[in-house]
Design a protein around this ligand. Structure first.
Ligand code: FAD
Length: 472
């Protein structure tokens, strides 16, 4: 504890956690990774973050930045050596300012995403980043992972929603980059280097984020489909028909919805008979600048055409906000139900949309050939070419499934590679994909990444062992 005295002096005793107080910070959301730490610290200002990092740099103590700890690839969990300091950003949770003329807001890294969305709404604006973990994840974590979510189709990833960053570097300096400029070509884009770097280059302490007009109305529809091919054709028709008003297009395998109602019987699939047993569903969201009636009418026209063209087998269009929310709740409950039903092998992949159907078909077949009876849990943001292509135990025990994990990864990743896709679409690399990354990423890109790491974090203390393996 003596070793930690200087940290106690910087932060105060109650913000330097050890023993039981630190435990909840040392395992990841999925319960897949756990580690040890010399302590967990909870700084309350950017100056305190800088003080902590300077102490770490002087004492060569590795730092694991942590936001809401909802990440899905073990990037916010320390290793088992017990030498790292977890720096939790949760107390940096202030909205520093809103500029409605410039449509920007400055928020601290530890702000919970849902609170950021609410602060924007309170100013009659929209902050469009939206994901199922929004009640716990932080904007700092969202930027450090370049989170995607359900509205990327219209507004882009987290990267596209930020104009400026304040960062504490690996040496404890403060980079004051909170510019609210949409144009700024004054050299290398340092902001973009920190976004998606998973805490391996510095600690994001605040961000200037972009705001948008609130849509007047939103309308949601759940459409039953016979194949991924139909879903891809429907996506094309919906893009053409709705233009930028199409703000969400999620693909969901029928099994995922059945898992949700099995785990949460208070929820229901809003179809009867054969329509409730279709292999695929698509959840579409329309943001309208006129009215809810107008949104519904547009849906009726485009969905009617799609039914006539044989792309859609059945459709439910929400009649009010409560029904829209219930449809989204079904979608957002998929990962939670999956977790309740036991461990699964997860893949967060992106594939050019044009190859999506072939990817699903050939990868399913390859897995079934190798592991007959294994279950596919497939859902994702089809509009962005991003699938959560997960594999559950089916007829196997959980232990048997986990024993096949590396072989399953290999089948799926090889298939992704064959279709020129990415093995991490939105969750990041963390520890989960660190060792396979060099196999699929261009060697020159890997080398440049290592050189950037070395330049910005010469002592290698920022989240070591995440994204990149070994000494840098
Ligand atoms: P953490 O998990 O705490 O950290 C994640 C990474 O960011 C770590 O590397 C950590 O070191 C780093 N980090 C955190 N804060 C900072 C900071 N201030 N400065 C520097 N580095 C930092 N992700 C998606 O992209 N799209 C989805 O649709 C999606 N859905 C999800 C649904 C569920 C139910 C869950 C549990 C997760 C989901 N995720 C999704 C993953 C996760 O929520 C996101 O990755 C989120 O952005 C992580 O934010 P966090 O604050 O929890 O970060």
């Amino acid at each position: 504890m003596e070793f930690l005295n200087e940290l106690v002096q910087i932060l105060g005793q109650q913000y330097v956690l050890t023993g039981e107080d630190a435990e909840s910070y040392l395992a990841d959301w999925r319960g897949r990774y756990s580690g040890k730490a010399v302590a967990v610290v909870r700084p309350g200002s950017v100056q305190e973050v800088a003080g902590v990092v300077k102490w770490c740099a002087a004492n060569k103590v590795p730092i694991v930045p942590q936001g809401g700890n909802t990440g899905l690839c073990g990037a916010a969990t320390p290793d088992s050596s017990g030498t790292a300091l977890v720096v939790s950003l949760g107390r940096l949770n202030r909205v520093r300012g809103i500029d409605t003329d410039n449509d920007t807001m400055v928020v601290e890294a530890g702000c919970i995403l849902q609170n950021v969305q609410q602060a924007a709404r309170d100013a009659d604006r929209l902050f469009p980043l939206s994901l199922a973990a929004e009640g716990s994840c932080t904007i700092g974590g969202n930027l450090a992972t370049n989170a995607g979510g359900t509205q990327v189709l219209r507004y882009g990833n987290a990267r596209e929603l930020v104009l400026g960053l304040e960062v504490v570097t690996a040496e404890g300096e403060i980079m004051h980059g909170l510019r609210g400029l949409r144009k700024d070509n004054t050299g290398y884009d340092l902001r973009d280097i920190f976004i998606g770097s998973e805490g391996t280059l510095g600690i994001i302490t605040a961000a200037t984020i972009k705001l948008y007009p609130q849509p007047v109305a939103q309308c949601t529809a759940l459409l039953g489909l016979n194949s991924v091919d139909d879903a891809v054709a429907l996506l094309s028709a919906a893009r053409k028909g709705f233009g930028p008003a199409l703000t969400g297009f999620e693909l969901i395998a029928g099994d995922c919805l059945h898992n949700v109602v099995q785990c949460y019987p208070q929820q229901r699939i809003p179809f009867e008979g054969e329509s409730a047993q279709l292999p695929w569903y698509a959840l579409l969201e329309l943001s309208d600048s006129e009215s809810a009636e107008h949104a519904r009418e547009r849906f009726e026209t485009i969905v009617g055409d799609a039914i006539e063209a044989g792309l859609v087998a059945d459709a439910v269009i929400a009649e009010n906000i409560a029904q829209s929310k219930a449809l989204w709740h079904l979608r957002e409950s998929i990962p939670l139900a999956e977790k309740d039903l036991g461990k699964s092998i997860k893949h967060d992949v992106s594939i050019p949309v044009s190859h999506m159907a072939e990817f699903v078909e050939t990868t399913n077949a390859a897995l079934q050939a190798k592991f007959p009876g294994i279950q596919h849990i497939i859902f994702g943001h089809l509009g962005d070419g991003n699938l959560h292509y997960n594999v559950a135990r089916g007829q196997y025990s959980e232990d048997q499934l986990l024993a096949k994990q590396d072989a399953v990864y290999e089948v799926v990743h090889e298939s992704v590679h064959k279709f020129s896709g990415s093995i991490s679409a939105e969750h990041g690399v963390g520890q989960l994909k660190r060792d396979v990354l060099p196999r699929y990423k261009d060697p020159v890109e890997m080398d440049l990444m290592r050189r950037i790491k070395k330049a910005l974090d010469p002592q290698g203390i920022m989240n070591p062992g995440k994204v990149l393996a070994g000494p840098t």
